[in-house]
Design a protein around this ligand. Structure first.
Ligand code: ATP
Ligand code: MG
Length: 307
């Protein structure tokens, strides 16, 4: 049985009076198997948080069904919700409690008593041990996010859902967090992750779905997605404008230029064009295409459905 099953999920937001409609999700179907580390990627507004809100029972799908370990998130809400630990994208917290109180209250919400040993372990692994008695409102943004992660995990949910958990957090926490989440995944927990840090997704996720304007436009093993793209990337810095003949296969970010090539012959051709145009690339590197290249290829292509 799938850990999470999305079946033909559509969501239309209607404004009051029904004048404006936003179709946030269109017929999203996918199954995430137990033990997977699954990445849900897509640009701002693609529908990732909407899909997670429906999974969490915070929002109702306009049509379609979502199940967690076979429990429908609407008809069997309590069982579905108990199987989930959700780290929301927005920082929501109650400013009147200390970190430990917030975790004890959250445990109580799931009917878990005598949870102190696990709470201590969570505090330790998330680098919060010295903040246990601090008031929530005294914490920095990154610290609050750590508490949200701890809160999601108090009842040891088999399925962990993280909506951009590393947005705005420092390098150290990202490493601590991934170390801990990867351990939980090894121990059998299923993980669903959304992130805009594609190198994190590439490193962690065994399978990835990409959403574009509410539709699934790619769904495959991470290795298969990487194998499906032009294999080589030239990366360098340059002040002069790029020759127009290279524009179609290039991406320019400030001074940084990245050019796709399929093979060594194409690499030579690109270098020849640059030389002929009098361009002087600095810090030239030739490397493998990464998930960011795949992502941009897919997002800039036509919105076809490939689920
Ligand atoms: N409560 C709401 N009412 C109306 N429209 C909404 C609401 N929530 C989201 N939307 C719209 O639904 C679409 C999908 O939004 P969603 O938050 O799911 O995107 P996302 O993929 O999570 O984006 P991001 O990467 O920015 O977090 C957007 O067009 C958004 O404006
Ligand atoms: Mg979002």
């Amino acid at each position: 049985m799938a850990a999470i099953s999305f079946q033909q999920v559509s969501k239309t937001y209607r404004s009051k009076g029904g004048h404006n409609e936003v179709r946030a999700l269109s017929e999203v179907s996918m199954d995430i198997e137990p033990g997977e580390f699954f990445g849900l990627l897509g640009p701002n507004g693609a529908g990732k948080t909407t899909l997670i809100s429906i999974l969490a029972g915070l929002s109702q799908a306009t049509s379609g069904h979502v199940k967690v370990h076979g429990h429908d998130v609407v008809d069997d809400y309590a069982a579905a919700r108990r199987s989930l630990g959700i780290v929301p994208q927005e920082l929501v917290f109650d400013p009147f409690f200390t970190v430990r109180e917030a975790l004890v209250i959250q445990s109580g919400y799931f009917g878990v008593r005598g949870n102190d040993a696990w709470i201590d372990e969570l505090l330790h692994h998330l680098g919060l041990a010295d903040k246990a008695n601090a008031n929530m409102r005294q914490l920095s943004g990154g610290m609050k996010r750590r508490v949200l992660v701890a809160q999601a995990l108090v009842h040891r949910p088999p399925v962990i859902v993280l909506d951009e958990p590393t947005a705005g957090v420092d390098v150290e926490l990202r490493q601590t967090l991934w170390h801990f989440i990867a351990r939980l995944n090894k121990e059998g927990h299923t993980v669903l992750l959304t992130t805009h840090y594609l190198e994190e997704a590439e490193a962690l996720c065994n399978r990835i779905a990409m959403l574009k304007q509410g539709r699934v436009v790619a769904l495959d093993r991470t290795s298969a997605l990487l194998a499906g793209t032009a294999s080589t990337m030239l990366r360098f810095k340059m002040d002069a404008p790029l020759p127009a003949s290279l524009a179609a296969q290039s991406r320019v970010t400030g001074r940084i230029v990245q050019i796709k090539a399929h093979d060594a012959h194409e690499v030579e051709t690109v270098l020849g064009v640059l030389r002929a145009a009098g361009c002087q690339p600095e810090d030239l590197e030739i490397g493998r295409a990464d998930l960011e290249d795949v992502f941009l290829d897919i997002m800039n292509g036509p919105a076809e459905v490939k689920a």
